[in-house]
Ligand binder design. Structure first.
Ligand code: GAL
Length: 390
């Protein structure tokens, strides 16, 4: 085990007795003081190996409130988040697996992963930049989903380094995607930094640079169930989304290009609604439930509140802040009972994703904010997930 920060003692080495006394007092002091101090450190452990032999690291962060976040280097993935409920009972509220094989299995619906180069769908697996057409592998009917098939950002092993600043502790993950990887033009240098604060906020900062014009849309694909991951449903969660509009979709879940008002539809979450209240009206619609991009009211690129999610029994509240113009609210309609962490299973609609991002298929839709990154510019995106109780 290696630690992100060094814990030292200031005893000078003189005689054996002094050293022994020093050592004893260090052990006693450690027992009294260090458990608290150590909790504020990033603990780095081996998580196992990928099928092709790459080592995967786990990074565990514990803040001063005893909240625990675990990240793994495969897919720069958020793997665990233990938070208290209103009575102080701790639960892990996000989906994940106990080992790398779980993450590599077909049961993994991008649990907790960093998704890209282009999160969400690209229609027909094709796009053009300056008249040149690029073709990607299709992995979702006629479309490309979440950056491709073999070397999308959720599947590669990133380089992780513990970090610390005045707000908290975290991990900076980096990965360089070579020119042409998964069919995308340009070499893309990506950085995703997670920081857990003592206010139980998990801040995620994304950055990317390229040497050729290329589409970029990075997001995080954590599934939340605020009753604890493995609880039967999210239909009892109350949701608020700060969006007056959403983007309607066609039969393959590609936005039609229309920016439609949420008013009078099951997509109106401007006030809190239970997710289960209107979801069945969408069962026969494309997406078969909630699986839509919301056009956030904040289009200024400044960090602002986008979502609040409240689970009444535990009293847990998730607030999502972002700089991005869109939010994919995916209600777990494709979950079919994956066997996962701690022997839990993840049933249909038992977890939801709140993916801050650019709108799906923006690379082919001139009416949507552009996701094209030019050389010399830096892609930046911040998302803060904060869990509190009420
Ligand atoms: C979501 C997407 C869903 C589904 C899911 C992965 O981001 O909106 O349609 O593909 O990922 O199972």
């Amino acid at each position: 085990m290696q630690r992100g920060t060094f814990v030292g003692t200031y005893c000078g080495g003189r005689g054996t007795l002094v050293r022994l006394l020093c050592f004893t007092s260090f052990v006693v002091a450690s027992a009294l003081v260090l458990p608290v101090a150590l909790r504020a450190e990033v603990e780095v452990t081996d998580f196992g190996k990928t099928a092709d032999g790459k080592a995967v690291k786990a990074f565990t962060i514990t803040n001063s409130k005893g909240v625990v976040v675990k990240l793994i280097s495969r897919g720069a993935t958020l793997a665990e988040w233990r938070v208290p409920d209103k009575h102080g009972k701790m639960d892990d509220v996000i989906f994940g697996f106990d080992d790398v094989a779980g993450y590599e299995s077909k049961d993994n619906g991008y649990f907790g992963a960093t998704v890209g180069r282009v999160a969400n769908r690209i229609a027909g697996g094709k796009f053009k930049i300056d008249g040149e057409e690029y073709t990607l592998a299709k992995n979702d009917g006629p479309n490309t989903l979440h950056g491709g098939v073999k070397r999308s950002l959720d599947k590669v092993v990133w380089n992780g380094k513990p970090i610390k600043n005045q707000d908290g502790e975290g991990v900076a993950f980096t990965y360089t995607s070579p020119d042409g990887e998964e069919g995308f033009p340009g070499k893309l240098d990506c950085k995703v930094t997670y920081l857990l604060t003592n206010k139980n906020a998990l801040r995620i900062d994304y950055e990317a640079t390229t040497d050729q014009a290329t589409p970029v849309n990075l997001t995080n694909h954590t599934y939340f169930n605020l009753s604890g991951a493995g609880s039967p449903t999210i239909n009892d969660h109350e949701l608020m989304i700060a969006a007056d509009h959403y983007t309607p979709i066609d039969a393959t879940l590609i936005p039609t290009g229309e920016i439609a008002p949420v008013e009078g539809t099951p997509f109106d979450f401007r006030e809190f609604h239970k997710i289960g209240e209107r979801v069945d009206q969408l069962n026969d619609q494309p997406g078969k439930g909630y699986d839509h991009n919301f056009v956030l009211n904040n289009q200024a690129g400044k960090l602002a509140l986008a979502v609040k999610l409240h689970e009444p029994k535990s009293g847990r509240v998730l607030s999502v802040f972002t700089t991005e113009p869109g939010l994919q609210f995916y209600g777990g309609n494709f979950l079919t009972g994956a066997k996962a962490k701690g022997g839990k299973t993840y049933a249909y609609r038992s977890g939801l994703c709140l993916e801050t991002q650019h709108y799906p298929n923006s690379v082919n839709e001139p009416k949507f904010p552009s996701m094209l990154l030019q050389p010399g510019r830096t892609y930046k995106h911040t998302c803060v997930y904060q869990i509190t109780t009420e």
